[in-house]
Every structure is written in C-alpha cells, then in structure tokens.
Write a protein that binds this ligand. Structure first.
Ligand SMILES: Cc1cc2nc3c(=O)[nH]c(=O)nc-3n(C[C@H](O)[C@H](O)[C@H](O)COP(=O)(O)OP(=O)(O)OC[C@H]3O[C@@H](n4cnc5c(N)ncnc54)[C@H](O)[C@@H]3O)c2cc1C
Length: 483
C-alpha cells in the first residue's frame, strides 16, 4: 500500500485534480462487470478491499509518469477503461492505484483518404461511432457493451463486435498503437496496413489485459457506414443443421455484415416475443450498399435449402437489430442491487470457440457441463470463420443464497472449461481471461505457452507492478486465481 507521502509525490507529477482518494471514486472503480464483482460488491463492507487511489491521466506522458512512480515505489497499477470487462481483469487489489483512462477520450484525427481514425484509448465506442457517422464512416466494431467500453479496453481484452462477419474483430481493425510499457517507456507502433518487420508487436498488446503495457492511443481502420441492413432468417429443426447452414454461408463468401445462429432455447429467448414457437433460428444481414445484394441473399437461401432450413422472414433480423443491446440492462438488473431475479441467482456467459469439425460435440460437451450446475443454458453462434466459430453460452444459476450461488458458479466454470478443452476448443473467444480464468491458462496454453507468456511479462515488468493476477496466473500466492 503506497504511503500518504508516496501518493502526494504521485499527485505532484500529474496535472491538478488527476489523483483522487475519495472513497466513492475508489469504490466505483474497484471492480468490473463480472458476476463475482457484483456478488462480492453487494455484500462488501464499506472500505473493504479498496484501491489506494485513482489516477486520471490526460496524456501518454501522464501514464508514463504514473508507471515510473509505481516502479520507484513498488506500487501496483491497474489500468481501466470502461470497467465493462466480465472476467475480473480490471479488479483492483487493496492498495493498488487504478489508472482510469476515460479522460483520454479525444478523437484526434480522421484521415478520410486512408479511412483511418486516430483516437485516445479512453474514448467510448458509442462516442467514437457518433463522431465517425458524421463523416459517413464506421469502425464497425459493435460489442454489445459499446456504450460502456473503450478502445483501450477493446484492444487489451481482445474484443469482438456484433458485425465481426463484415468488419472483423479488434485485431483486424488496429493499425497502430501507442502504449506505455511497465517501466514507463513509450512505444509508438506506426499505423500501417501490414508489416513484416518482425513479429507483430501490436498483436502482442491485443489481449494482454493490461499486463504488458498501457494502451494510450490507437489508429483504427474504418469503412463506409452502411446505408441500411436487409435481413433474412431461417428456421431449422436441429442446432446441428443450423450450424451447418452458418458454415455453408461462411464458405460461400457472400459477405454478410451480421450472421447469427441460435439453439432452441436461445431462439425462444431471442425471438419468442415475435412469435417464435420452436426449433432453431438463424439470421443474416447485408449492408444494402453492397453490390449484388440479391445474389448474396439467394446464396444464403440456397445454403438454407441444402441444410433443410425454412425461410422465416425479415422480422427476426430487424427485431434482433432493435434489441441487440437490451441484455446489458437486463444483466445489470439481475446482478446489480435490484437483483431482479432474486438473490442466489447468477447469470453469466461463456464464449468458447472451435473448428467446424469439433463444433457440434463441443456444443454438447460445454452445454452438458454447464447444465449440471445451471438451471438454464442457451447458446448461439455469432462470430464465424472459414475454419470454425465461437459458441456463446448464457447460463443461469439459482441457489439458496449468494454464497451458495458463488460456489456453484465457480464449479460450473471449472467443469465447463475442462469440457471445452477436452473438446478441442479455446475457453475464450472474446471476453478474455481476467482473474476468473487465469487459473486455467496452463491448461489452455500448455506448460510451454504459459512459460512463454510469463517470460514476456517478467521481461517487460520485472517489478510486477502492472495488473498482477490478471491473465497470467501469479507464481506466488499474492494474487491467487479465482478458480
Ligand atoms: C453486458 C455486456 C456485454 C458485453 N458484450 C461484449 C461483446 O459483444 N463483445 C466483446 O468483445 N465484449 C463484450 N463485453 C465485455 C467487455 O465490454 C469487453 O471486454 C471490453 O473490451 C472491455 O472494455 P473496457 O473499456 O470496459 O475495459 P475494462 O473492463 O476497463 O478493462 C478490461 C481489461 O483491459 C485492461 N485495460 C483497459 N484499458 C486498458 C488500456 N488502455 N491499456 C491497457 N489495458 C487496459 C484492464 O486492466 C482489464 O484487464 C460485454 C460486457 C458486458 C457487461
């Protein structure tokens, strides 16, 4: 825990008002949106396990000053964007200094010729998109949490948006990055479409969860803002057929902006209010400005015919689009103070990924593991590739009280990750590892993979000041993994 005089010295290195020890500020920025953070927050005593201070840098140089100070004083720094992560990545340990990037929220430049936007890392997704929309552009990165999350958080947590089929995920969009390394030095990776100058250091920062550096600026590629979307939907008797349709659509290279396939439970959750009564539904949406949209739609319908799908009409797609971010509020109502489903109820999502060959079995294995602990489990595919897809599970645990719910929840994660790995999948497609899944990283990467990541972390951050305990499991007991 940094002493009062150490904190005073830090305040002197920053602009006036950039450091706070106000308990409300500390509490508000001590956790993220993970279910455990909500559960533990609800029963926390005031003053328990709080960071020592929150720093609000206004520039890359301010960030460098904080990290240099942390090295001198041996203090832990936890970078934070919007705090919308769901795996405990931005959870601040007692006595740490939270580095809140949200005052670095400027859109610095829009290069309309190259279609590149240069931003500070703390800009939120909705504001970025509003700025670009004025020029008919979009980054096309639309996570459900777009109004809560920041560009720096997208990069650090390896995020994927709802239009990944058309625009790619964050690794496809990041062209250049400015970051401060744990020692306080600044690296500026120039914005270029591709480079063969060694391993891609931008890629090393993507998914690094605040362990290898603090992202302060980024250059992101943009595309034309779609004029409108045209939607089709298809119904299937089984999820296997629904998945087979999605695989065929990707193989046909028809360029949808959005394509999603739901299992029966998720179909009812997503489309029950518009009359969906059974079976699995899938939707596909095209930007109407694309050439030959009718041919593309015909190819999607042809793929549906070959996989025994029946047309369901455009209302499924428009309904999804209109309600695509509703679950943000629902999740907050269930897990926040309102406890809309009562105490003892925990809702979470698990987004695994695997090859098409493995996907049907992977679905059954993870679903089976979650179902042993959860009252309800549903799943959809929303990020598909030529070789495979993500499987996004939502699960609800109901227990006698929140303590029991937490134990069941942790057991569910452990068993589901084991089932995922046994089925050949990765335990996370886009939510990252955080503190929740750090204990599984050895299983995920193998001994060699984990040691490689550790070696990089230790070389960059020998003093262990940057976000210890997130992503890479700690060698000591000081920051034990949650599971
Ligand atoms: C309801 C809901 C829906 C969601 N939907 C999606 C979705 O569709 N797609 C998706 O990908 N994710 C989704 N998420 C998860 C989350 O929004 C993403 O992981 C997002 O990228 C986090 O951004 P953030 O700015 O909130 O980061 P934070 O939560 O603040 O931080 C996430 C991690 O990144 C680190 N970090 C943050 N900023 C920086 C920085 N500038 N430099 C270095 N490290 C940093 C933190 O230390 C932490 O480890 C959802 C979350 C919720 C609650």
């Amino acid at each position: 825990v940094p002493s009062t005089s150490a904190l005073a010295a830090l305040a002197e290195r920053l602009p006036p008002g950039a450091l706070t020890t106000d308990p409300e500020d500390l509490l508000e920025r001590s956790t993220d949106w993970s279910p455990l953070a909500f559960l533990r927050g609800l029963r926390a005593e005031p003053g328990e396990e709080l960071p020592a201070a929150v720093a609000f840098p206004s520039s890359t140089e301010d960030v460098a000053a904080v990290l240099a100070w942390a090295n001198e004083t041996g203090s832990v720094v936890v970078p934070r964007g919007g705090g919308s992560g769901v795996c405990g990545g931005a959870e601040a340990s007692t006595g740490s200094v939270v580095l809140d990037l949200t005052r670095m929220d400027r859109v610095l430049n829009v290069d309309e010729e190259s279609r590149v936007v240069h931003v500070e890392a703390g800009v939120r997704g909705d504001r970025l998109e509003a700025t670009l929309a004025e020029r008919g552009l979009t980054v096309g990165h639309y996570p459900q949490s777009i109004a809560l999350s920041t560009v720096g958080g997208w990069i650090a947590a390896s995020s994927a948006g709802q239009a990944s089929a058309g625009c790619g995920s964050i690794e496809d969009l990041v062209l250049g990055v400015t970051a401060v390394l744990p020692g306080g030095s600044i690296i500026r990776l120039r914005p270029v479409p591709r480079s063969a100058a060694g391993p891609d250091l931008r890629r090393l920062l993507i998914g690094s969860e605040g362990r290898f550096g603090v992202v302060t600026q980024a250059f992101l590629s943009c595309t034309s803002l779609p004029g409108a979307y045209v939607w089709d939907a298809f119904g299937f008797d089984t999820f296997d057929l629904c998945m087979a349709w999605m695989r065929a659509v990707v193989a046909a290279r028809i360029g949808p902006a959005v394509v999603r396939a739901y299992d029966e439970v998720d179909s009812t959750l997503a489309f029950g209010t518009i009359g969906h009564t059974g079976g699995c539904a899938a939707i596909i949406g095209f930007d109407t400005n694309l050439p030959a949209v009718d041919e593309r739609r015909r190819a999607a319908a042809e793929a549906a015919r070959e996989t025994d799908g029946k047309a369901l009409g455009p209302s499924y797609g428009t309904h999804w689009w209109d309600h695509r971010n509703d679950s943000v509020d629902l999740y907050r109502r269930i897990m926040g103070a309102e406890r809309a489903f009562g105490s003892g109820v925990v809702v979470d999502t698990m987004e695994v990924a695997g090859l098409w060959r493995d996907l049907p079995e992977l679905y059954r294995a993870v679903r089976g593991a979650l179902s042993r602990r959860a009252d309800a489990v549903s799943c959809h595919l929303s990020h598909a590739y030529p070789s495979g897809s993500s499987l996004y599970f939502t699960f609800l645990i109901r227990a006698s009280d929140d303590h029991e719910a937490e134990r069941t929840y942790l057991a569910a994660w452990k068993e589901a990750v084991r089932a995922c790995h046994a089925g050949g999948g990765t335990m996370t497609h886009h939510h990252g590892v955080g503190r929740l899944k750090a204990g599984f990283l050895r299983e995920e990467l193998g001994d060699g993979g984990l040691e490689m990541l550790r070696a990089i972390g230790e070389a960059l951050d020998p003093a262990g000041i940057l976000n210890p305990g997130a992503l890479i499991p700690s060698r000591s007991d000081r920051h034990p993994p949650l599971v």
